[in-house]
Design a protein around this ligand. Structure first.
Ligand code: ZN
Ligand code: ZN
Length: 408
C-alpha cells in the first residue's frame, strides 16, 4: 500500500479541467477507483452505470458511508482560470460545453484526500464505505446505485455523511438539522395551439400568447396559494416556441422547476401548475389539453437532528479554527438523502465554505454574510470558482473528523 498522500490541488485542477456529464463520468470514476485500490480499499466499479464504491474494514464497529458526487454540468465555463474546462459532452444527441459548475470536483478531491488519511490512520474500527456517485445533477445517480445493489456490495451503512461546496467563506461549515435541501420537481408543459400565417391570427390558436399567460399566472401560485409560513419556488427556466417572425407555431414548450420542503405544499403547488396550464389552454381555445410531463424529482435532504449535533460538536472540537453555522434550509436540491432514506439511517450533509474570505471581512451577522454571498458567482454559474486552498484541506479534514466521530 502506497503511503504517499495525493497532491490535492493537482488532482482538483485535473478533475476541473475534465468535467463529465451525469452517467458519463468514466475518466473520473477510473481516477477514483485506481487511487482507492492503491490505498488498500476493496473497490467495485460500474455500480449504477459509472458509480464507484470502496470498502475498508477494520474489525467490529459501525459502517460509515462518505459520499461524493462526480458529475459536471452542461455549462460553458467563463472563469478564465488557467485550469478552466474546454471540454464537451453529449446531451440529447448534441455536443455541449461542460463544466464543474457545481463543485463536484471539490467533493471528489476531498473524498480521495479523506480516503488516504483514513487508510493511513489505524486508530479507528468499523467499516468505512466510500461512494463516488454519478449523475447527481440528473437526480437519478443515487437511485441508480441503490437499484444496482450498492448496499449488497458495501453492507448497509449506519450513517450517511457528505458535503457540498458553496460560496460561503472558507473555514465556515453550514449544517442545518431537519429539511436542509428542498424537494425539486421538474415539469415539461407542451401547450398545443394551431399554427398559421402571422398575418392571420384569427385562423390560429397562438401558443405563444397561451404560454405567456401561463408563465404569468404561474407566478400567482407562490404569491396567492402558498401560506406565508411555507416555502415554495416556481421557476420557468425554459420557454421555446416558433422559429420565424411571420409564422404562428403549433406548440410552445416550457420547463418549470419547483422547490418545496413540505409534502403538502409540494402537492398543492404541483396541482396548481397542472390546473393553471389546463385552464389557460382552455381559455385560449386550444384544440387539445396541454401535455404535462414530470421529468425529474429529487426528494428533500432531511438531516438527522441528533446526528447534526453530534457531528457539529466533533467538528468544533476537532477543528478549532472553523466556524460551524446553521445556514437554515437552502432551496438547492440533492439526491444524497436517498442513500440514507433507503437504509433507514441518519443523514448528515453539510455545506463547505469555498469562497475567498476577503469580501466577507466586514460582514457582521448572517444577513450581512448572505448579502456578500449574493454578490459572488453561485453554484451552476459559468463563473463559479471555489478557491482550491484552503477549501480542499478543510474539506478533507471535515470529512475525516466527521467520519472518525461515527467510526468506532
Ligand atoms: Zn448542482
Ligand atoms: Zn451539486
Amino acid at each position: 500500500m502506497s503511503t504517499e498522500a495525493p497532491d490535492l490541488v493537482a488532482l482538483y485542477t485535473d478533475l476541473h479541467a475534465h468535467p463529465e456529464l451525469g452517467f458519463a463520468e468514466v475518466r473520473t470514476a477510473a481516477i477514483v477507483a485506481e487511487a482507492l485500490r492503491e490505498w488498500g480499499y476493496a473497490v467495485t466499479t460500474g455500480i449504477g452505470g459509472t458509480g464507484v464504491a470502496a470498502v475498508l474494514e477494520r474489525g467490529d464497529g459501525p459502517t460509515v458511508l462518505l459520499r461524493a458526487d462526480m458529475d459536471g454540468l452542461p455549462v460553458r465555463e467563463e472563469t478564465g482560470l488557467p485550469y478552466a474546462s474546454t471540454a464537451t459532452g453529449e446531451r440529447g444527441g448534441e455536443q455541449v460545453p461542460t463544466m464543474h459548475a457545481c463543485g463536484h470536483d471539490v467533493h471528489v478531491t476531498c473524498l480521495l484526500g479523506a480516503a488516504h488519511a483514513l487508510a493511513a490512520d489505524d486508530s479507528w474500527a468499523g467499516r468505512l464505505v466510500l461512494v463516488a456517485q454519478p449523475a447527481e445533477e440528473l437526480g437519478t445517480g443515487a437511485r441508480a446505485m441503490l437499484d444496482d445493489g450498492l448496499y449488497g456490495v458495501t453492507g448497509t451503512p449506519d450513517v450517511v455523511l457528505g458535503q457540498h461546496v458553496a460560496p460561503l467563506p472558507t473555514g465556515v461549515v453550514g449544517l442545518h438539522p431537519g429539511p436542509a435541501f428542498a424537494t425539486s420537481d421538474t415539469l415539461r408543459i407542451t401547450l398545443h395551439g394551431r399554427g398559421g400565417h402571422g398575418s392571420r391570427p384569427e385562423a390560429t390558436v397562438d401558443p405563444v400568447v397561451m404560454a405567456a399567460a401561463v408563465v404569468l399566472r404561474l407566478q400567482t401560485i407562490v404569491a396567492r396559494e402558498v401560506g406565508g409560513s411555507d416555502t415554495a419556488v416556481v421557476t420557468v427556466g425554459t420557454l421555446h416556441a416558433g422559429i420565424a417572425p411571420n409564422v404562428i407555431p403549433d406548440d410552445a414548450t416550457l420547463q418549470v422547476n419547483v422547490r418545496t420542503y413540505d409534502e403538502h405544499v409540494r402537492t398543492r403547488v404541483l396541482s396548481a401548475i397542472d390546473r393553471i396550464a389546463r385552464a389557460e389552454a382552455e381559455a385560449s381555445g386550444a384544440p387539445q389539453p396541454p401535455t404535462i410531463e414530470h421529468l425529474d424529482s429529487f426528494a428533500a435532504v432531511v438531516n438527522d437532528p441528533d446526528g447534526c449535533s453530534r457531528t457539529a460538536a466533533a467538528l468544533r472540537s476537532g477543528m478549532p479554527g472553523i466556524v460551524v453555522v446553521d445556514p437554515g434550509p437552502v432551496t438547492g436540491s440533492e439526491d444524497v438523502g436517498e442513500l440514507a432514506t433507503d437504509a433507514g439511517v441518519p443523514c448528515v450533509y453539510w455545506i463547505l465554505g469555498g469562497a475567498d474570505p476577503a469580501p466577507f471581512a466586514g460582514a457582521s451577522g448572517p444577513e450581512d454574510m448572505a448579502r456578500v454571498m449574493g454578490g459572488l458567482p453561485s453554484n451552476h454559474s459559468p463563473k463559479f470558482a471555489p478557491v482550491p486552498q484552503p477549501t480542499l484541506d478543510l474539506g478533507v479534514r471535515t470529512l475525516v473528523t466527521a467520519a472518525r466521530e461515527w467510526l468506532g
